[in-house]
Each structure stands twice: as C-alpha cells, then as structure tokens.
Ligand binder design. Structure first.
Ligand code: NAP
Length: 283
C-alpha cells in the first residue's frame, strides 16, 4: 500500500480562505479581529514563527499587533503588558511566543492572559474546559490534526484506537483529549512506555509529537493507519523532517502527513480561526 497524502498546506489554505470570509463579515459590522503577538528575546526560530503568524493574520484581513522585547525584559513588565492587552477591547487574541527566557515563568505568563483571549488554548481554564468537554479555545496544533482527520472522513473514531506519542501540555495531552472527544480509544505513549512499537502498531490513528527525527519506523505502523506527524526536526543538512520515517511509513499507512507541508500550516490556520472565535465571542 502507498499511503494517501494529507496535504496540510492545501487544507490550511482552504481554511484560511474561510477565515478571511468570516473576518470580512465581522469587519462589515465594524469589528476588526485583532491578534497581539508578543516576542521576548531574539530566538531565530521564534522570530520566523512570529513573522509567519503576523503575515497570515494580515492575509486573512485581520489586524496584528507585534510587540518585541529584549531578552532582559522583567517578568513583571511582561505581566503588566498582558494585563493592559486584557483590558483593551480592540484586542481579541493574545499570543506570547514560547519559549521565554529562563528567568520568566512561562506558565505564570500563560495564566495572566485572559482565557477569552488565550488563542493558543494553553490557559488552565481552557485546558480544563477541554478536559470536561466544555466550549473553549483549543490548542492550535492538536486542533489542526482534528481538522485533518475530519477532512479524510475520520471525524468519528468510535471503535478505533488512537495512539499519541508525546505528552506535552501543548500537543500530546490536548491531542489525546480531542481524540477522546471523537470517540477513539486513546493511548498516550511517552519516554517511559514499554514496547512502544507494539503500542503504536495497535493505532488506527497514530499521532507523533516527540521531537526526534524519524523515530517512528515501519515496525510501528499498522497497515492502513492514519499517521499524523507533528514533529519538526532540523537535520544536519538544514532540511526539516518529522518524527516519522516518511518513506518507510508511507508503504504501510493508509494516510500520512508530510513534513514540511502537513501539520505545520494547519497550526497557523487554527490560530487565525481561534482569533476569529475569540473576536466573535468577545463582541
Ligand atoms: P516536548 O515537550 O519535548 O515533548 C516531547 C514528548 O515526547 C515527551 O512527552 C517525551 O516523553 C516524549 N518522548 C521523548 N522521547 C521519546 C521516546 N524515545 N519514546 C517515546 N516518547 C518520547 O515536545 P512538544 O512541544 O510536544 O513538541 C513535539 C514535537 O512537535 C517537536 O518536534 C516540536 O517542534 C513539534 N511541534 C510542531 C508543531 C507544529 O505546528 N507542527 C507545534 C508544536 C510542536 P516524556 O514526557 O516521558 O519526557
């Protein structure tokens, strides 16, 4: 079998066009969806991510406020800035690019953002809402994976096994909760999981969110599975690759996402969608 490709770039473009239509409808009623993006320090990867997010906002007819601070910014100053943005009715979404410099407590910063403006979906109130199945803003990367599964006709996973490799608060755990909400039987695997290959081979839906280049090999794929590769790893030659050994896995999987061009573009589309949702709900 050669897997069918889930083209995240194309699906994200379609979703961004839908966001642009909804943004235009809001503008027509006098509301301009606005995302504030805060970058602290000069991490080159973060600078690229922030630039891409701002460009995507503008292409969708949304406003972005870009604030950059030096790495020496004090935590109290950052918190004060977030409080001001929380109070500003013209701002609907607030995103603080991670990672933050070591002297700033990232979770404290996330908790300072109003949950209604927390477009990354990392605030404990939004994490809790996801846990108990209440409405809220969902983390962008897992939400993008859900949209991909829906797109290939796997919106209801009753009777199917899903395995998520990775248990971070920003990808692995929320991904598992979303899959549970889609009626899958869910396993979360991590560095302490015994028999990882055997666990993964049970997966009808396999999500890799580890951060280790090509660690998911053919021996970990159930024939016909949908394989979603969240990993972004830079190789020595400068190229990007995922956590899945793409060439090996595509011989077995039913569906597979490429890296780049898979989950990454969906993450940005979901950020725009969350900003719009926040604007619609705040208005
Ligand atoms: P993270 O916080 O470093 O978490 C990595 C997870 O992988 C941990 O739960 C860890 O287990 C697990 N792990 C590490 N080695 C393992 C092994 N040998 N076997 C099984 N599990 C193992 O990473 P993250 O922030 O979730 O990100 C994961 C990857 O996704 C990274 O490559 C990141 O760049 C990428 N990412 C992509 C997007 C996108 O838009 N496409 C967005 C976010 C992140 P323990 O918990 O036991 O240590």
């Amino acid at each position: 079998m050669t897997a069918r490709l889930i083209d995240g770039k194309a699906l994200a473009a379609q979703m961004r066009a839908e966001v642009a239509e909804r943004a235009a409808a809001l503008r027509a009623t006098g509301r301009l969806p606005t995302l504030a993006v805060i970058l602290v320090g000069a991490d080159p990867a973060s600078q690229v991510y922030v630039r891409n997010k701002i460009a995507a906002c503008e292409q969708a007819g949304m406003r972005s406020l870009h604030e950059t601070y030096g790495a020496e910014l004090r935590e109290a100053e950052l918190l004060a800035r977030i409080h001001a943005l929380n109070q500003d009715d013209s701002v609907h979404g607030i995103l603080v690019q991670l990672p933050l410099p070591a002297h700033i407590h990232a979770q404290r910063v996330i908790e300072a953002i109003s949950p209604r403006k927390d477009v990354d979906g990392f605030h404990v109130a939004n994490a809790g809402a996801l846990m108990v199945g209440r409405p809220g803003l969902r983390p962008c990367t897992p939400l993008g994976c859900v949209r991909m599964l829906e797109h290939i006709g796997l919106g209801d996973l009753r009777g199917r096994h899903a395995v998520v490799v990775g248990r971070s608060n920003i990808v692995g755990k929320p991904m598992a909760m979303l899959l549970l909400g889609m009626n899958a039987t869910v396993t979360i695997a991590h560095s302490g999981t015994p028999d990882l290959a055997e666990t993964c081979r049970r997966a009808d839906v396999l999500v890799a969110a580890v951060g280790r280049a090509r660690m998911i090999g053919a021996d970990m794929i159930k024939p016909g599975a949908a394989v979603l590769d969240v990993g972004i790893n830079r190789l020595e030659d400068g190229k990007l690759c995922g956590d899945v050994d793409f060439e090996a896995a595509r011989e077995l999987a039913g569906w597979i996402t490429p890296v780049p061009g898979g989950v990454g573009p969906m993450t940005i589309a979901m950020l725009l969608s969350n900003t719009l949702q926040a604007c619609e709900q705040l208005a």
